[in-house]
Write a protein that binds this ligand. Structure first.
Ligand SMILES: [Zn+2]
Length: 238
């Protein structure tokens, strides 16, 4: 199926398996200074969070889907992009995955690109069209050979204000961990490990986790076998 009419707002909620974003900034290094704010006490707070945190949390919890181009009100707005910017996104995603530890998680990530077409006669619906990048008309915008991924700027960003851009919904799917394999605690490009709790990403401090695991016989005295088995699995994390 290449086209679908979808009701908005979406019936999906932000939860342990789903998150909505209105930007495509994957890594911390892609965020500009204007995307953080200084609090009264002088501390710097990010107003935009890099997507790598959520991907990391999905990898370490139970997988999930990131909808890029959906706002907080569950409306599919799409993100204004040119074809070059889509290629840039894929390059940036690969770059981000290479920085994850203990190994590259790209085999657990799938991306779908859908064009968002607003229907004039139905404000509560949008049409989603599957995009075939090979078949897309590219006469007006020659393919940029090199992209500057991982930074705050690339030449292809100039195309935002020029035709031809379209609205795209990008769905990043992260597969759940394989229960047959040893537990892996992934760390994002900042070296931080996250787990998903409800609709947010919680930082896991690996040093604390290691200490608990190493001292488990003293810390946990009355454990059920099942719980002890779960903790023993963590011992195998890289
Ligand atoms: Zn680029």
């Amino acid at each position: 199926m290449y086209e679908a009419i979808v009701n908005i707002p979406l019936q999906i909620h932000e939860d342990v398996h789903n998150e909505f974003r209105m930007h495509v900034k994957l890594q911390i290094s892609e965020l500009g200074k204007f995307q953080s704010k200084q609090d009264k006490d002088g501390s710097i707070r990010r107003t935009v969070q890099p997507i790598s945190k959520t991907i990391c949390a999905f990898l370490n919890t139970d997988g999930g889907r990131l909808f890029l181009g959906v706002d907080d009100n569950k409306m599919i707005k799409g993100i204004t992009m040119s074809k070059n910017m889509i290629y840039h996104f894929f390059g940036s995603l690969r770059h981000m995955c290479e920085k994850f530890k203990p190994f590259n998680p790209i085999s657990r990530i799938r991306v779908s690109i859908l064009e968002v077409v607003t229907l004039a006669d139905a404000a509560s619906k949008v049409k989603l069209k599957k995009v075939d990048l090979e078949k897309e008309d590219s006469t007006d915008f020659p393919k940029i050979a090199t992209h500057c991924v991982g930074g705050t700027f690339c030449d292809c960003f100039y195309e935002t204000n020029q035709a031809p851009t379209k609205q795209y919904l990008i769905i990043v799917q992260v597969a759940a961990p394989d229960p047959e394999k040893p537990t892996v605690m992934f760390q994002n490009e900042e070296g931080l490990a996250y787990r998903r709790r409800l609709a947010s990403n919680k930082c896991v401090y690996l040093d604390d986790l290691r200490r608990i695991v190493n001292e488990r016989n003293r810390v946990f005295v009355d454990l059920h076998d099942e719980v002890r088995h779960e903790i023993d699995r963590l011992l195998k994390f890289h």
